[in-house]
Design a protein around this ligand. Structure first.
Ligand code: FAD
Length: 287
């Protein structure tokens, strides 16, 4: 289908984009990589009267270290993340997660800011951001606010962002040296969204878990933090019994929707399996 008609604007700065957002009102939409918004417009699920393309705003693109965190511009593409030596060195979980997103064509245009803002339960960045304890910089006409990823996602396509705000930067704390990581994602074929996926960070001390972070993709309307599984593991070795219990505790918090990828029961079972595999892989990488 062809989208409904719209005006097109391509500002060169965040200030100009904010001005346009204010002037054009809630019927205008921000355009990032377009790989979620344009399909929705073609299906007429979305019919914005104007698009404000962020693609020409260079200040929104880039990856840099600032003290103990990595700062990523919202318009940084998945391909940029995948090729970043800084990220591979400091936050390898993010690079591993990005490699599972869609296919090279989508990753070339799709952006981290668009993926987070779209808040599709199937999108991978939201759970990766929860696992990494990331924060988001939201910029509006009156200034900036920084909000935690934990609590940011309110429901399907719904976040804490307010009308008139732009997600401008993603801040990711650098995990402690020696932290193990893994993103395990079951998908039916290349380019598909997750049937179930689990993101894990693990710190080990003396053969036992010192700290665990576990977040789940596409297992509810929002990404989930598996807090009970995390606390259960602390002080315990990664062995068969503890893996099974942690997987069970993760499965306990899921509420997946029925879709062509499978029934809620199947997806919940796959949540357990992805969590078990991610914990095993992260433990093997932890130093
Ligand atoms: P757009 O589509 O341009 O925008 C998406 C939404 O976010 C719009 O509502 C827009 O207004 C808003 N927005 C964008 N940027 C900002 C901002 N800076 N501030 C505030 N609001 C903003 N994703 C996955 O995570 N995993 C997958 O496996 C996966 N598979 C895919 C397979 C296919 C075939 C396709 C087409 C897409 C797939 N995607 C997947 C989605 C893809 O990653 C999209 O690129 C992503 O969801 C949206 O990013 P975008 O930059 O394209 O944003």
């Amino acid at each position: 289908m062809i989208p409904a008609g719209f005006d097109y604007h391509a500002p060169r700065s965040v200030a100009d984009a904010l001005k346009l957002l204010g002037d054009l009102g809630p019927e205008a939409k921000l355009l990032a990589g377009g790989h979620s918004l344009l399909p929705m417009m073609k299906l007429r699920f979305a019919a914005p009267t104007a698009l404000i393309d962020l693609g020409k705003i260079s200040e929104l693109r880039g990856i840099e270290q600032a003290g103990n965190e990595i700062r990523i511009g919202a318009m940084t593409t998945e391909n940029d993340l995948l090729r970043s030596k800084l990220l591979a060195d400091k936050v390898p979980l993010l690079v591993e997660g990005v490699a599972w997103i869609a296919d090279p064509q989508v990753r070339y245009k799709g952006t981290i800011g668009g993926d987070i803002s779209h808040a599709d339960p199937g999108n991978d960045h939201p759970a990766l951001m929860l696992a990494l304890d990331a924060s988001f910089v939201l910029t509006g006409a009156k200034g900036q606010r920084v909000v935690k990823a934990d609590g940011y996602f309110l429901g399907v396509y719904s976040t804490q962002i307010e009308p008139g705000e732009i997600l401008t930067q993603i801040r990711v704390p650098i995990p402690a040296a020696g932290t193990g990581w893994s993103y395990q994602k079951l998908k039916r074929k290349t380019g598909d969204f997750a049937t179930a996926a689990s993101a894990v960070l693990l710190q080990m001390k003396g053969g036992k878990v010192a700290k665990a972070s576990i977040a789940l993709t596409n297992l509810a309307a929002t990404p989930l933090k598996a807090r009970e599984a995390e606390s259960f593991l602390v002080g315990k070795p990664i062995n068969e019994n503890n893996l099974s219990e942690a997987a069970r505790l993760a499965m306990d918090i899921t509420d997946p929707a029925q879709c062509q990828r499978g029934s809620p029961d199947y997806k919940t079972a796959m949540c357990g399996e992805m969590t078990r595999r991610a914990l095993q892989a992260a433990a093997a990488r932890a130093k």
